[in-house]
Every structure is written in structure tokens, then in C-alpha cells.
Design a protein around this ligand. Sequence first.
Ligand SMILES: Cc1ncc(COP(=O)(O)O)c(C=O)c1O
Length: 402
Amino acid sequence: MLQHDESPTAVEAREKAFILGTYARTSFHPRSGKGARLFDEEGNAYWDLLGGIAVNVLGHKHPRLVKTLRDESSSLLHVSNLFYHPAQGLLAERLVRASGLSRAFFCNSGTEANEAALKFARLANPNRPELVALQESFHGRTLGSLSLTGHDAYRTPFAPLVPGVHFVEPNDVAALEAAVTKQTCAIFLEPVMGEGGIVPLSDEYLAAARRIADRSGALLIFDEIQCGLGRTGTLFAFQQSGIVPDIVTLAKPLGGGLPLGAVITGAAIDGVVKPGHHGTTFGGNPLACRLGLAVLDEIQEKSLLTKVTKDGAWLGGELRALQSRLGATIVDIRGSGFIWGIELDQKAAPVQKELLAKGFVVGTARDNVLRLLPPYVTPKKAFIEFISALEATLGAAREKAA
Ligand SMILES: Cc1ncc(COP(=O)(O)O)c(C=O)c1O
């Protein structure tokens, strides 16, 4: 076998030469992990408070996932969607029963889940050419999902997009009311907006969206790709709002790190999707579905949602206490469970870089928000250490600015 130089310098040089430039990668080289820890090529340890952007809810190298991968890969990796295998139906049953909706469709990513949801909505609600979504929403990068994404920088280079999408301010009931008409096919909402800066939609807003959808005949579609599967403390984020959407989309953590997305549909879609309307070669493959079942089993058996709720409430309190200590440096703290945004009075990227140097992997959203999407298995100690590192970093930045 050919031996390759896998030093960080060689890895980066090879990428620069051969990989299309879609990503502005950080020069960080995680090579292994355990629980909420990542280790780089020199063996330095980091607390992973980003979890592969909301994917690694069980942390890294989880024994249950490793065993499931071994067991399933020794039987079948792929069968196609022409034939049956048990894992897809088992996972669908779990998601359907947990959500109270009626059926599931599996794909490979978040953007594909939203594409499928859009197609299913068109089938169920024909002759309604318009869609309503939120400013600063993020639903994915393929053309349909991009058309629903309320962020001009992502959209503009790829025009023309799907026509008829109206964008409204989040949490503004009157604006939603005005935008939704008898021409509206569907309303797309993220119950907690992720890329948009961790902006939770209020229960009142979600209830109003349900009312407005019912009144106009539009479908209500929740994108829970980032905020779902336990992230807010309930398996589905909508379960805290008291209302039920017509469709929910999922992805990120669903496949335990393998590509897996899902569309869970309710009564409004029953009977409208027929063979040939939609499909995918890989979607819902046995390996990813078995991992999905393992993720759900582990969340349930280890009561991880109780931990997310309890530790998340405590973390929110600690972040707000930090905000009071630091004054105007922290503009806002938003979130719940294990999804938090720390809005700064400065650009977030340099702070993120400084935190990485101190051993903490965190994300950003918009220009000035630090984003935390930690694994559900993260110990409190990691958050305590993070808050003290953040306090030191922001304190030093303030002294430098003074
Ligand atoms: C809310 C939301 N929807 C859709 C997507 C797109 O998912 P994917 O990157 O798997 O296509 C993302 C990804 O960040 C997301 O956060």
C-alpha cells in the first residue's frame, strides 16, 4: 500500500491542491476522540462543545455505536431502496411513535430532507405557488432548500431560485399573518434557528403559526435538523410548544455520525406520496438506520434528555451569570438544553480561535455569536472549564480594546 505523509502540513497542502474550495477550514486536525473529548495529531485534548455541528450527540467512539457499526457492517452495507431490510421500518416506527405523526421517509442529509419536505408539500397542497420562511433561516444548500434560506449571501450567486418564497422576521406574528395567504403551500420554520444565531421561536409564535396555517390551508413544516432529537431536552423541539406540525425534518444526529436524514409526515401527507414521486439510492441504508436506532436507544436508556434539560438549564444560568460579570461584552445569551448562542459585542471568529488554542472547540453563527452544540454526554466539568476560559478570553479582549 502507498504510504502518504499525513502530517498537518501535508494534509493541508494536499487539500489546497485537490479539494474544491467550498470550505474555509480551521487549521485544526482532530484525529481521535472519546466521549466529549477530541484529540489532535499531537495528542492534545479538547472539549468538543460543537459535536461536529450538532451531530455527535453521544460524543466520540461511543461503544454502542462502535458495536452497532461492527455488527451491521458484517452483514450488509447496502441493499438499495428496491428491496426490504428491517432497519428502515424499525427506525421509522420509533420516529413516528415518538412524534405522533404518521410516516417517515429517509434520505442522507438535512438539505435533502427539506427538499423532500418541499416536494411532499407540493403534492399535498397543489396549485399554491408560494412559500413562507424566516429571514436569517437556514435550510440547506441545494436549490430548493436554498430557496427557503433567508440569507442573501448564500442565495444571490445562485439565482434564479425557486420562485414565490416570502421571508418574514422571526417571532413577528403580524408579519407571518400578512405573508400567509390562500396561495401559500407551506410555512417553513426552525423552532430554534441555528445558523441564524440561535434564535428560539417563542411558544406563542409557534402556536400562532399553527393557527395561521390552519386558517389558510398552508402546511406547517418544522426543520428540526439542528434543534431536534433531544437538543432542547425533548426528542422533538416542537413537543415543548404544545402544537404539532404537519411535517418535521431531521438529520444531523440521526445517523450517529453517518449520513442520514428523515422527513416525518403527518395526516396532511397521508396517501399523497406514490411510488416514483421521490427517492434516493442511499437514503435509509441499513448501517445508518441501525446507528439511528442505537442513538435513540442510548438517549432513552441513559435518560440523556433529563440530563440535557437539567444541565442545560444550569449552563444557561452560568452563561447569564458570566454575562452579568462581563457587562456589555456579552450582548445576549439565547438557547435551551444543549443549544446555546452567546452574542458578543465583537466578531466571534477571533474569540473562537482563542478558545481553540485553550482547548475548547466551539462554533459561531452569524458574525458575532459563539455557538455551543455539545454532545449530550458532556460532563459539567467541561462547561465549568469553558466558562472560565471564555471569561479570561473576553476579559483579555476588553483590556486590549481599552
Ligand atoms: C436547520 C438546518 N437545516 C438544514 C441544514 C442542512 O443540513 P445538511 O448540511 O445536512 O444538508 C442545516 C445544517 O446546518 C441546518 O442547521
